[in-house]
Design a protein around this ligand. Structure first.
Ligand code: FAD
Length: 453
């Protein structure tokens, strides 16, 4: 019965009306910024399945884990593939920004993992509490030990609310506190705060956690969409908006950084550099920022809290994590070769998605580009062939500047723009990236989960 439901859901995802299909086609496979065009890699599923009885464990059934499970199960014949994740709910996280700014309903971001787990993959509903790559096994929090021949780590990341003194997720939606990250409940409560702030006005503080965070564009989008909403409501003069950046820039890609450094002042959003949120006093509506001149306190009416992010503890404390250097200090991220996505010390281990320590790209668009590389290279390891697939650092962000307008930013490890669509400039706002984000990216994302693109 469950399988029939899966099939029906699969068909529902595949059915698009003719208008949508035309735009999807124009957008190159209909993937928008999740397109492989411009990534410098080819998503290759070998024409013939490779026969093997290898035991493959995938830890984490989010965007990367499900995409890897589907691609592998279609590529290998006879492999015993096990997926481990306690979570039953699948969250379409790119939709959370739209929920937090009142443009989407929370239900639009909620799905079920079961719909995407392939038939020939075993799903263990537990969390991995220990990675033991020297013994080729993982241990779950239910006490089970699972041995593997090959491991793919796709655990995503941990949003570290505890790193901000006085902050906890329960505060989101109270005392003017919002946070778009983590789940639709947080995003919904953030919308309640933004709805009130853009009516009543006051001081709004917009923050960003230091180091690697997922979708680094999200804190910027929340600020710009809040500003846009206040304009539309005719209340802009009631808002004093301040963006406190933990570093000296707003965005890693230099052209986009320059654009935003001009755009924010133009929209009367003040910027403070080297201001890192370290504490919050909810009752007083006061936030503390560490700066080169010492701690500075700001009173606020609304604050968008973006905590630091890091690898989940089980991974970050394991031998799989970077042992030294910036990816160890900033987040305990998993060590991989940035091109092959293979672990340099454990060649039977690969990683993809938000958990890996690579210079850029904690986005679903990066997942889209990384997973085919992981699968290709893992199949090569199994077959005893040379690894040939290479990830070029592709990442992408439809940077929404206002309702109806966005800039499709696509770039690689060199921070060079790698636009997929010749008719959309990566340097200016346009309605097409907005339509992609609002209407088409979710279908593209679901196709990625199923390993189709
Ligand atoms: C607000 C917001 C806006 C975004 N906007 C965009 C956008 O516009 N474009 C874009 O491309 N990307 C966007 N992203 C980023 C994108 O959603 C993520 O990069 C992507 O989901 C990462 O996929 P993942 O598989 O690495 O992690 P996830 O999808 O988060 O999945 C990780 C999974 O691992 C599981 N897990 C964790 N620890 C363990 C463990 N120990 N054992 C077993 N399982 C474990 C979790 O339960 C989870 O199911 C956005 C994200 C957010 C939050």
């Amino acid at each position: 019965m469950k399988r029939r439901n899966n099939r029906q859901a699969e068909l529902a995802d595949a059915i698009v009306d003719p208008g949508r299909r035309r735009l999807l086609k124009a957008a190159g496979l209909g993937i928008g910024s999740l397109s492989l065009a411009g990534t410098g890699i080819l998503a290759s599923t070998p024409a013939r399945a490779l026969a093997t009885n290898a035991r493959i464990v995938i830890v984490g059934a989010g965007a990367a884990g499900l995409a890897a499970a589907n691609r592998l199960s279609a590529t290998l014949d006879g492999a015993r593939i096990t997926l481990i994740d306690r979570r039953e709910r699948h969250l379409y996280q790119p939709g959370l920004t739209l929920v937090a700014t009142g443009l989407w309903k929370p239900g639009q971001t909620i799905d079920e993992n079961q719909r995407y787990v392939p038939r020939n993959v075993d799903w263990i509903q537990a969390s991995v509490s220990e990675f033991d790559p020297d013994a080729n096994r993982v241990v779950t929090d239910t006490g089970d030990t699972i041995d593997y021949d090959y491991l793919i780590v796709t655990t995503g990341l941990h949003v570290d609310f505890d790193a901000i003194e006085g902050m906890s997720p329960e505060l989101i939606g109270r005392e003017g506190i919002g946070c778009v990250y983590d789940n639709p409940e947080h995003a919904t409560r953030t919308w309640e705060m933004i709805d009130r702030y853009t009516t009543e006005g006051g001081v709004g503080l917009f923050t960003r956690g230091p180091g690697g965070i997922k979708c680094a564009g999200a804190p910027l989008k929340v600020a710009m969409l809040t500003e846009d909403l206040a304009q539309r409501r005719g209340h802009r003069d009631r808002l004093e908006m301040v963006y406190n950046s933990p570093g000296a820039g707003l965005f890693s890609q230099p052209d986009m950084d320059q654009f935003l450094k001009e755009e924010f002042p133009r929209r009367d959003i003040a910027i403070n550099w080297h201001h890192r949120l370290v504490g919050i006093e909810p009752e007083q509506r006061r936030a503390t920022f560490a700066t080169p001149d010492g701690d500075i306190r700001f009173d606020y009416d609304f604050i968008h809290v973006v905590p630091p992010m890091r690898a989940p503890d089980a991974l970050g404390n394991s031998p799989l994590a970077w042992q030294e250097g910036s990816f160890a200090d900033d987040g305990n991220w998993m060590e991989v070769d940035r091109h092959s996505m293979q672990h340099p010390r454990y060649p039977n281990v690969f990683g993809a998605g938000d958990c890996v320590g690579t210079p850029i790209g904690k986005t679903a668009a990066s997942v889209k580009a990384q997973v085919p590389v992981v699968v290709d290279n893992l199949v090569s390891v199994i077959a005893g062939r040379e690894l040939t697939a290479s990830y070029n650092g592709y990442t992408s962000c439809p940077l929404i500047t206002s309702r109806g307008q966005a800039i499709l930013v696509e770039f690689d490890y060199n921070l060079d723009m790698v636009p997929s669509f010749p008719f959309i400039s990566p340097y200016r706002e346009h309605w097409v990236p907005w339509i992609m984000k609002d209407k088409f990216l979710k279908a593209a994302y679901n196709a990625m989960l199923r390993g189709r693109v």
